[in-house]
Design a protein around this ligand. Sequence first.
Ligand SMILES: [Mn+2]
Length: 242
Amino acid sequence: MSRTLVIGDIHGGLRALIQLLERAEVSPEDRLIFLGDYVDGWSDSANVVSYLMELARENSCIFLRGNHEELVLRWLKTGKTYDQWLEHGGQASLESYARLSQHEIDKHIDFFEQLYNFYIDQDNRLYLHAGFTHARGPEHEYTDVPFRWDRTLWEQALSLDPTLDKDHPHFPSRLKLFEEIYIGHTPVTRIGEDKPYGKSGVWNVDTGAAFKGKLSLIDVDTKKVVQSDPVYELYPDEPGRN
Ligand SMILES: [Mn+2]
């Protein structure tokens, strides 16, 4: 039977991604939705992107755009680096891309340029890397920056009073629009969680793979979770991000 599986932020941890897809027993019938931040962190940053491009030949895949794809694409197109990116995992991508041919890099640039800012499925579930701010939904957003950088959607979902009725005038408009919303971007390990965490209809699947966490996926219909080992254990000779 076909499943819809949502995969959280990978950050160059290809060993964890392979382990995760094996543990989930992913088959070509499954639809895979990747929430972005494929790069910046572990040494397989470019290899993750190559792997995803191959995977899309077998499986139905939706690839969202994370803020780290924006940063790497800017560097690939301009050659310009800057300290804030290098300190937040960019150094690993820089070294990882040094091992690729220009032909391969061109294919990666195409991949980065074709990523979705957001995706809405047939059951009115929204998927995006970070968030949106417009009360009428992401298609009304004034710029595409929130799709990659926003944290207010997640903070609002976390802090919403669960007894507040959807018809109450205080209920936030943007949380009424979709059946469910799936995001990454802000590791749930920051709030003491180890697995994908849902609140107020917003599911956060980023379990901190770039740091001390695992890589996770969740089945949107059953909410069954599958996880890799802690990613830093799969890259014991690397510092990762901190
Ligand atoms: Mn992010």
